[in-house]
Structures are given as C-alpha cells and as structure tokens.
Design a protein around this ligand. Structure first.
Ligand code: ADP
Ligand code: MG
Length: 724
C-alpha cells in the first residue's frame, strides 16, 4: 500500500488508502476528486450528502399527473435525438411504458444520453411532469437503467438515482451528485473493512449505529429515520474526536511542572484595599480561581474572558503582584506598543507602592518605573530582568526575543490572546526556568485574556483545553451605551450630534463600510476596497461635514508604527474624529471618546459590532453607538435589534450563534474541522454528551492503550486540524 505522509502513532487502515490505489478509480476521477480535496477513501466516504430527494414511491404510469413529481419504472419503448432548428437545441426523447400506460421523457442538449437508452431495457424515472402537455412528459428527470443489461437476465438492480431517498451532495467544481453517487456506492461495500473508531460500549451507551451501517445509511438511507440516526452518529463521532483531542492536550499540558506560588490571603486582601475602586464579584471570583491555580505545581492554562471594559487587567495585575511578593516574575504580553504602554502606566504605580519594580519592553522602548525618572540602557534593563530585579515585565512580542532572559518566571499573561499565534505563546512559556537539578525545566502558569465572548458550546469544545474564568458583571456605575439603529435619512442628525459632542470636549469614531467579500474577490483586494472606503469617508467628513475639525484615518495597511502614531494622536486629543476600517485597535482605552458611528452596520457580525461599540463608554461620559443600516434584511434587522437591546457580550454571542451558526466565529471556518463538526458545535446536548464520553475514556485510559483505533484517528486529526 502506498501511503501518503502519515503522522506518528498512526496505524494506516483501509480508510487511509489513497483513492488512486483503488482499481476502479480512473486517473481522471482521481483528479476531479482532488478538486474537492478528496484524496483518500476516508475523505470520500466522509463527503456526506447535504440533503436527500425523496424519490422512493413508485407509482403506475397511469397515476402520474401533470405538474406533479413522480417516480415510475418501465420499459424503454423508443428513443431518439431530435434537433430543433429554431432554437438550435438537441432534444433526447424516449417513450416508456408499464402495464398501466405510457409516458414520455425529454432531456435537453445531452445527445450522448441516447447511448444508454436502448429499447427493451428497464428504466426508472424520477422528477417533475411537465404541466399542460398533450401527452404526459417528464422534463429532465433523474433516470436510471434498472436492469443489469444485455445478455444477462433483466434482473432488477438496486437503484441509486431514483426510486429511493436519493442523496444530494454539496456540488462544487462541476462534480455532480449523480457522479458522486456512482463512485461512493461501490465503495460502501468495503466500509466494513474499516474498524469503528467509536468503541462498542460508547455506541451502546449513546445509542449510535455502527460505522458500517451508519456509513451506508448516511449515503443511501432506507428511511428518513435511518438517515437522521446515521447523521447523529457522525456528528457525535466528529465532536467526540474533537473532545478527545482537547482532553489529551489538556492532560499533556498538566503533566508538566510549574512553580507553585504559595497563596497569601492577607497580601491579596491588602492589595484589593489599595485599589481606588471595589472589585466586582466576578473579578474577585476570577482572581481567586487564578490564585488557586497558581498555588499548584501543575501549570495553569486559564482563559479570562470578559467584555471590553469589564476590568480584566486589574485581575491579571493582582496575580502578578502576589507572585512578585513571593519573588517570582511575571511576563505580561500585549499585542501593540500603545496597549503595552497603557498597561504599564496603570500597573507600575500600583506595584511601586510596595517597592516592586515593573518594566516596559517594546522594540522601541525599555523603561523601568521609578520615581527618580532614572534612565537606563536596554542592556542594563535586560540585566535587571535576568537577575530577577524587575518582577513584572510588560511589553509586546519583544518579550519573546532571545535576548530576554528571566530568572524565575512563574506567570505568563497574554492579553487579547487571539492576536497572537501559537508560536508566540509557546515562546513565552519556554522562558520557564529554575529547573530543579536534574529535573525538567518548570513551565510558567499561563493566563490568557480575551474580550471576545464565546458561546457556551464553543467554550466546551474548541476552547475545551482551557479553564475558563468569566467576568460577566460590569464595574459599578458604568453607564449603558445608548445604541440606535439609524436610517440614511437620519444621517445629518447624527453628524450634528457628533459635532455637539465634540464641542463638549468629546471625541468620536466612524467605522467605515466593510466591503462584502464576494468569493472571487481576494481578501487583499477586499481590504483594498475597505481602505478606499475609509479614505473616501475621511475626505468626505473633512471637506463636506466637519471642515473645522481634525479627522484621522486608521486602516490595516498602515505600518504598525503609523497605526500606533494615529492611535496616540487620538488618545492625546490631537484628533477629534477617527475614521477607521474594521481594524480599529482592540483594547485601547480612549476614555474621552463618546460616539461610535458604524457605517454599513448590516454587513458586520454581532461580535464585531459589539467589539466596535466597546471602544466607547470606557470613561465617565454617557456614550452612544449609531448603527447606520441602509436596507437591512429581516435577519440583519434581528441582529441589529439584539444589539440595541442587549449590552451583555455573552448574551449577544449566544444570539449570534443562533442567528448565524458556528461557522462565522473567528477561526472556526479556517480550522479544517469537517463541516458536520462545525454545524454540530451549536448543539449543546451533543457537546455535553461527547465531552462526558471523552472524559470517561481519558480518566480510565489516558494513554489510550486499549483504544489503538481511536489513538490513530487522533493522530490523523492532529495533522489535519489547526485550532488556535
Ligand atoms: P478590559 O477587561 O477591557 O481589559 P480594563 O481592564 O482595561 O478592561 O478596565 C477598564 C477600566 O475599568 C479601567 O480603567 C479600569 O481601571 C476600570 N476598572 C476595572 N475594574 C473596576 C471596578 N471594579 N470598578 C471600577 N472601575 C474598574
Ligand atoms: Mg484589556
């Protein structure tokens, strides 16, 4: 057997056989399938129908009626091609008869069909009968020769395209369902050779059909119920594999050793007392969970999730502070310089009160916080990190440069974690040090932070290797952001409103229309159009609407330095309005901005809209969000209305999942997860069942010694799927 690259631990099975090795697949077919990314038997068998046509009831020809769908079976009485000169069309016409009567059938411009329609043979036809014709006539029906052919007996064979529930595949690249049926059907005979990846006891507990029969029934179901049960089995299978994968990652992570930071309750309470505000209940709970994790010598891997402005930074700072009191270091990584600086300026003074040194490191800056304002060289700065004097190092991905060495890093914090790749995180964790003599190096505890609320089902699946701490409660006194859907006619009112806010000393954002990405448009040219729109908007606002104001422009093609510069100008109030594409910087606090105007709001997802809105309302001023929508469809109206009425990001995320489905959540479509798995991510019950099933197996047999098939499938999965 010729085998493609297979990952380690993978035991090739029949399913891994390249299609090209199967005798009845001609090279042309192999090439065609490659266009659908189908290379192996598994790929082909797991290419599931998207629906079924019900052609299951044969009726006598005499019972067929015009303008109705019907399935009949009969003998071909005559067949011919007719050329219509007027319309330059080729019509293939046959007459079919059974004991009850006769019926015609026609196809257009497929003259080659005639070769198959030999008189005397048995044929099945399924489809719609043309209205108001003198004679009953099928127009372009599904057809199938129903006997096994010349010389042989006129024995019935099992139908594929007619006379049954007929699978309809997602058709792409000109591959028809008819063709896919004809190549999948013969392969199903061999499905029994593939071992079932779902252990028998699991199938029994969850009432799932076995692999072989489920595979047969999902493609060619005997009944609607069978199709549903087969589909449930494969949805279960896909989610179960995902859950096993997550569970294994989690176990692997936990097998490492981390420095235990002893829990000092008094110090924690004292720190909380020094804050200028009272922590919310959720902040306290999250802090306690984090501190609890850190007191173990198993590394923490926790995601702190809370809406923009919910106060995640202070929770992270508290963990860093407690580590510093026990002489451990913390690395706090943020995606941009401006955000790093902002964190540094907030956190460092808190630490200074207890004489704890904090440092800021970006590619352009290295600064230590001190009252004396003493300046030190970058070299000297890095020495202070290496000898452990700087207890908390805040900065951009400059933190993972080789020149940065820690003495005893116990905690790695990653803010806006989705902005970093796996590599950045891994590089940060490599900085663990203080290995006991002869032992493996310690890994730091990892705290990731995100303001993107995720629905519960996703938290239990694709983020299932993390522990979650949620901050759902906003700090006291935070005003709701007044949100309003605005029609084009109200545009000038909104401009006047903005003018007035600016007169009162506030600032405003204008997010510009996202150009819809049509399939042909590359991401790059879509971005180009988006930038053009933002530039145009800036010019328009500057020349036509607000000639007296200063208007800045922010977009994705600016160099990071230029972006930062514009953000800094806005922060320092050198700009009144910032026109921006959807790149508008995450996380940066512009407490003085009070208006967010979103053009083309109907084109954004709820999560994005919510993120944009979160840019305002971060100070003491009442803030406003205007959703400009040209002519929203019913579905978008629903979305925008949800935003008008709800402020809570978690509720919005659930709503978004309901309205749009899981595929539109960041990174999921690109993950390489099978479509069925993606669709099933919204099914809380199935998610919980599969999680429980995976948990059971992993607690009994964490190395999967007794589950070689499962182990091998997981190796294959690891190779194929990319989850951030
Ligand atoms: P995010 O969760 O978006 O990172 P931040 O941590 O930047 O939010 O907090 C937003 C603002 O709220 C900051 O100015 C912070 O000082 C303030 N803040 C945090 N917690 C509280 C609280 N419990 N009460 C009042 N203000 C708070
Ligand atoms: Mg933040």
């Amino acid at each position: 057997m010729q085998v493609r690259f297979l990952p380690r631990g993978h035991m090739p099975s029949f399913l891994d056989e390249p299609i090209g090795n199967i005798r009845y697949f001609a090279p042309a077919a192999v090439k065609k399938l490659a266009r659908l990314k189908i290379a192996t038997v598994r790929d082909l068998l797991y290419h599931f129908p998207s629906r079924y046509d019900d052609f299951s009831d044969f009726i006598p020809i005499a019972d067929a009626k015009p303008d109705c769908a019907a399935t009949i079976s009969g003998e071909i009485l005559s067949a011919k091609n007719i050329r219509t000169f007027k319309k330059r069309m080729m019509i293939t016409e046959i007459v079919v008869g059974d004991e009850s009567g006769e019926i015609n059938a026609v196809w257009f411009n497929q003259p080659y069909l005639l070769n198959q329609f030999q008189t005397g043979r048995r044929i099945n036809l399924s489809g719609k009968i043309a209205p108001n014709k003198k004679r009953l006539c099928f127009s372009n029906p599904a057809y199938e020769i129903a006997d096994s052919g010349r010389g042989g007996s006129l024995r019935q064979k099992e139908p594929l395209h007619t006379g049954r529930l007929v699978p309809v595949y997602p058709e792409t690249y000109g591959l028809t369902s008819r063709w896919l049926r004809s190549i999948i059907k013969p392969l199903l005979k061999f499905a029994g050779r593939a071992p079932d990846v779902l252990p028998a006891e699991l199938r029994k507990e969850n009432n799932l059909p076995d692999f072989e029969s489920a595979m047969a029934q999902i493609h060619f179901p005997a009944s609607v119920e069978n199709a549903a049960s087969a589909k449930r089995r494969f949805a279960f299978e896909e989610l179960f594999i995902l859950q096993m994968f997550m569970g294994l990652n989690r176990l692997k992570f936990q097998r490492q050793t981390a420095p235990a930071v002893p829990f000092d309750e008094n110090a924690a309470k004292k720190f909380v007392k020094t804050l200028p505000f009272e922590l919310t209940g959720d902040q306290k709970k999250a802090a306690w969970q984090i501190i609890g994790d850190m007191s173990q010598n198993r590394p923490m891997n926790r995601l702190l999730e809370g809406d923009v402005g919910s106060g995640k930074t202070i929770v992270a700072a508290m963990a860093a502070y407690l580590a510093a009191l026990k002489n451990f270091q913390t690395a706090f990584m943020a995606p941009t310089e401006i955000l790093s600086r902002q964190h540094f300026e907030k956190i460092a003074p808190l630490f200074a009160k207890s004489g704890i040194a904090a440092g800021l490191l970006t590619s352009s800056e290295s600064r230590i916080f001190s009252n004396s304002g003493e300046k030190i060289s970058r070299k000297k700065f890095l020495e202070k990190v290496a000898d452990g004097e700087i207890k908390i190092l805040i900065g951009t991905h400059a933190l993972v440069q080789k020149s940065v060495r820690f003495k005893n890093l116990a905690l790695a914090i990653v803010d806006e974690q989705h902005r970093f790749g796996v590599n950045h995180r891994a590089a940060l964790l490599k900085n663990g040090s203080g290995a006991p003599p002869g032992g493996t190096p310690l890994v730091p505890h990892l705290l990731s932070m995100s303001a993107t609320p995720i629905p519960r089902t996703l938290g239990l699946t694709i983020w299932g290797d993390l522990d979650l701490s949620l901050i759902q409660e906003m700090p006291k006194g935070r005003k709701n952001i007044i949100t309003k859907i605005t029609a084009p006619a109200e545009r000038s009112e909104v401009y006047e409103f903005i003018r007035n806010e600016i007169k009162n000393g506030r600032q405003a954002f204008v997010v510009c229309p996202l150009v819809e990405v049509s399939e042909k448009l590359s991401a790059k040219s879509a971005e180009g159009r988006e930038i053009k729109a933002a530039k145009k908007e800036q010019a328009f606002l500057q020349e036509k609407i607000f000639p007296e104001l200063k208007i800045g422009l922010l977009h994705g093609r600016l160099k990071p330095k230029e972006k930062e510069k514009t953000m800094a100008e806005f922060l320092n109030r050198n700009l009144d309005i910032l026109a921006t594409t959807s790149v508008v910087e995450v996380g940066v606090d512009i407490p003085n901005a009070s208006v967010m105007m979103i053009e083309g709001a109907d084109r954004f997802g709820l999560a994005s809209l919510h993120q944009f809105r979160g840019r305002v309302g971060r100070g003491k001023h009442q803030s406003y969000c205007f959703l400009m929508a040209d002519s929203p469809s019913a579905q978008t109206s629903k979305r925008l209305k949800a935003l008008e009425s709800a402020q809570n990001g978690f509720k919005l995320a659930e709503r978004d999942l309901e309205i749009r489905g899981p595929g539109d959540f960041t990174g999921i479509r690109q993950s390489g997860l099978p479509d069925l798995a993606i669709a099933s991510l919204a099914d809380l019950r199935l998610v919980e069942e599969t999680r429980e099933a995976a948990r059971k197996i992993l607690s009994r047999d964490p190395n999967l010694k007794n589950y070689p098939i499962l182990k091998s499938r997981l190796a294959e999965f690891r190779n194929r799927v990319h989850l951030e």
